[in-house]
Design a protein around this ligand. Structure first.
Ligand SMILES: [Zn+2]
Length: 461
């Protein structure tokens, strides 16, 4: 593979920043230092004072997902290209549910086959959709094969009950895996959804009305307690969305428990007033958990800045607006949930976090790349070190662009961030030393993405 020398950049890692050159050879970072001279034949890139950071890792995507008859717009081909333009060199995909009673590797095998066309590297989380003691024997080989995290839902038909979650936490922890949890209490959500489904299905605000903050807080509190009973099994809360949930997380972390949380740009930048206007417009924002109140947004920013929240991922799920409207047919509870976001995570977090709220650039890199790489066992990714994979993002902190669905590469007919004026955009992206994004041009290739066999969960986290 060709050699590349990136000159005059400001290297930003989770530890700090410094001006330096960085050299890429054979797909790896081969040298870092001041005034490196280019080897013969190397491609020279003058970063001209732009930021050079490790390629971003989105630890929560649904690039390819069907729920019943509804299918996302992207698929691996468009989804991975959109992710690359968003500065990502890796995603970790959460597969959907498989057939009832299927073995744990059912979806993993299916997703591996489909992801063969991906243009960036990808890992896969496993998913528990029921618990049975017989599953225990499947875990160690799967973790050894690189599936070192799994997901459990506390709501939906494929949810685990308390007994199931405790047993799964214990078995997965023992096998060296990290459990990720969608934390909403099912009894509360299903009860309120049934009531509002009868009384006000045509009001978009019935959607957040059926998924209150206390349903999230209760689910986090119980997941944390079950993890504790399971011998302090490591636990990761996906898409944390409320101040009430954050308080439960903080209490557990203060008590020394091994629990981490991610939040998503939508919970940091959008609020639930979007459910109160036009019904069809509001369907764009139907997702679970729903958008929250301004107080929750403020609390989540505090949680990011004080270190309580460890990562920012997207939960990218590109059901089209057209499909949302058609399937809802006037009933918000029939609308497929999810929003696209894999391409806009970095500019949103940079503009709002770094430029408006005083987040350091190192913390930014930690949240979008280093922490997800470390927690999910992406060896030699998420940092700029000699010997690491040459996953490099050259980020222009001054580039201003207005977000338009038509100007993005996501294969979906809307973006929830339409018209956001953002400053700070990815400019050039290298995946294992190969340039895959060059300004407005995609220079990678379908199938260049590799499956990432992730390391077991490390106690060092
Ligand atoms: Zn998700």
């Amino acid at each position: 593979m060709a050699e590349v020398l990136i000159k005059n950049g400001i290297l930003v890692t989770a530890e700090g920043e410094r001006p330096a050159d960085i050299q890429l050879s054979g797909g790896l970072i081969s040298a870092i230092g001041p005034d490196l001279s280019p080897p013969a034949g190397a491609e020279l890139l003058d970063a001209g004072g732009l930021l050079v950071m490790p390629g971003a890792v989105d630890a929560h995507t649904h690039l390819d997902l069907s729920v019943g008859p509804a299918h996302v717009s992207d698929g691996w081909l468009a989804g991975a290209v959109a992710a690359a333009f968003g500065g990502n060199t890796s995603v970790i995909e959460h597969p959907g549910f498989g057939p009832e009673g299927c073995p744990l590797d059912y979806q993993l095998r299916q997703y591996r086959a489909q992801a063969g066309e991906a243009a960036i590297d990808y890992g896969l989380h496993g998913v528990f959709q029921y618990w049975d003691p017989r599953l225990q024997a499947e875990l160690a080989p799967l973790v050894a094969a690189g599936y070192s995290s799994f997901k459990a839902y506390l709501t939906y038909d494929g949810r685990l009950n308390d007994e199931g979650l405790l047993a799964a936490l214990k078995a997965l922890g023992a096998a060296g895996g990290l459990m990720t949890v969608h934390a909403e209490n099912h009894a509360i959500v299903s009860h309120l959804a049934a009531e509002l489904g009868l009384s006000a299905p045509g009001r978009a605000s019935s959607h957040p009305g059926s998924r209150p903050d206390y349903a999230e807080a209760l689910a986090i509190e119980s997941a944390v307690a079950l993890a504790r009973a399971a011998g302090d099994a490591p636990l990761y809360i996906v898409h944390l969305s409320t101040a009430a949930g954050l308080e439960k997380l903080r209490a557990a972390r203060r008590a020394g428990q091994r629990v981490w949380a991610e939040t998503c740009p939508q919970y940091l930048l959008l609020t639930d007033d979007l459910y109160r206007g036009d019904f069809e417009e509001a369907l764009k924002y139907v997702m679970a958990p729903p958008l929250r109140r301004p107080e929750d947004v403020e609390a989540l920013w505090e949680g990011l800045l004080d270190g309580s929240i460890s990562t920012v991922a997207t939960d990218h799920c590109s059901f089209s607006w057209r499909e949302k409207k058609e399937r809802a047919g006037g009933n918000v509870f029939r609308c497929p949930g999810g929003i696209p976001g894999v391409e806009t995570r970095l500019p949103l977090l940079y503009s709002e976090g770094v430029l408006r709220r005083g987040m350091s650039r190192s913390r930014f890199v930690e949240l979008v790349s280093s922490a997800p790489a470390r927690l999910f066992g992406l060896k030699n990714k998420g940092d700029l070190k000699v010997g690491h994979e040459a996953d490099i993002l050259v980020f222009d902190p001054n580039m201003k662009k207005r977000v338009r669905a038509a100007g993005l590469h996501q294969a979906v007919d809307y973006t929830p961030f339409e018209n956001f004026e953002l400053r700070g955009w990815p400019k050039t992206v290298f995946l294992r030393g190969r340039k895959i994004v060059d300004g407005e041009r995609f220079t990678g290739e379908p199938g260049f993405g590799r499956f990432i066999a992730r390391q077991p969960f490390s106690r060092q986290n």
